[in-house]
Design a protein around this ligand. Structure first.
Ligand SMILES: *[C@@H]1O[C@H](CO)[C@@H](O)[C@H](O)[C@H]1NC(C)=O
Ligand SMILES: *[C@@H]1O[C@H](CO)[C@@H](O)[C@H](O)[C@H]1NC(C)=O
Length: 294
């Protein structure tokens, strides 16, 4: 829970600095992500082991019942949207989704357990990987083109905001677990390179499908989440996992810097999350938190 609170805080700060540019009130967002952004997709996957349908998920949100978010309150995506004045996009698997809902609100494709790589999170049996989420977004563009015609549809998708926030599962539910093949195929450096090659292809496809204003969010200190701390006898943060997060963030920063100028009309930015979350963990009192795991 503390990690989610930390992330929420970081987003507030981050959003303050980064995304408030050029909001004309009519734009919507398309969200690609994992459990930090999932607002109900996994709850509608019949076979998944990663569901947010237990108490106390949702306790600080709406009626306080589990609502499909893997958090007590709002998700990262909710917070980004709320701070920019953009509507909160409904989950893709919500049965009420149709063309009009999409045109008014956008779509959230995020799925708990999902990663940049297809092979991430297989242990959960069902989750939407980033490739799968992009495939679903492709379907959305076709649906809207059918309704609006090509020109208006292109304009709609080019004016929308895009958030891509995945990567921690590629480490925590893949590379760092010996049951996964990637853990013995790659080393720390080549695995990050493999993630970047994959992410680059994915961003190119998103651009081809219309994405112009896009933010990729980096990883927080993932070695400090409870699942990682229990691996050590002292409960301390896993240094190696934190180093991997930093190396992912550095590589992603470079990827976006090199990619943006090559893509027509693109504003593709990297949002660094690490230092803010790290500060919350180290100095919880500064942020009004009385209990934390140091
Ligand atoms: C990943 O999965 C998608 C379907 O979701 C598939 O189209 C694609 O070929 C897969 N890519 C790789 C590299 O396995
Ligand atoms: C780039 O932006 C201009 C102005 O909005 C638009 O007319 C043009 O179609 C865009 N081109 C691409 C490839 O996005």
């Amino acid at each position: 829970m503390k990690f989610e609170i930390a992330l929420s805080l970081l987003l507030v700060v981050l959003v303050g600095i980064t995304i408030i540019q050029g909001c004309n009130g009519k734009a919507v967002q398309f969200i690609f992500g994992d459990s930090l952004s999932d607002n109900g997709n996994n709850n509608r996957l019949s076979m998944t082991l990663a569901k947010a349908n237990l108490p106390y998920y949702g306790i600080d949100f709406g009626n306080g019942l589990p609502n499909g978010r893997f958090t007590n309150g709002r998700t990262v995506a909710d917070i980004i949207g709320d701070s920019t004045g953009l509507p909160r996009p409904p989950p893709f698997l919500d049965p009420s989704i149709n063309e009009d809902v999409i045109l008014e609100n956008g779509v959230n494709y995020a799925s708990g357990g999902g990663g940049i790589l297809n092979e991430t999170g297989t242990y959960f049996i069902q989750r939407l990987s980033l490739w799968k989420q992009i495939e679903l977004f492709h379907g959305t563009t076709e649906l809207i083109t059918k309704k609006l015609g090509k020109e208006a549809s292109d304009k709609f998708f080019q004016e929308a905001r895009y958030v891509v926030a995945l990567g921690s599962n590629d480490f925590i539910n893949n590379y760092l677990m010996p049951v996964y093949r990637d853990s013995w195929t790659y080393n720390d450096q080549t695995f990050v390179e493999y993630l970047m090659e994959t992410l680059e292809k994915q961003l190119l496809v998103l651009h081809r499908l219309g994405a112009r204003k896009l933010m990729v969010f980096g990883l927080g200190p993932m070695g400090c989440i409870p699942l990682q701390r229990v691996l050590s006898t002292t409960g301390k943060c896993q240094d190696r996992s934190n180093k991997l997060a930093l190396s992912f963030n550095k590589a992603a920063t470079n990827l976006l810097i090199s990619l943006e100028p090559k893509l027509t009309n693109a504003s593709f930015k990297f949002g660094d999350a690490y230092d803010v979350v790290d500060d919350v963990i180290r100095n919880p009192y500064k942020y009004g938190e009385s209990i934390t795991l140091k």
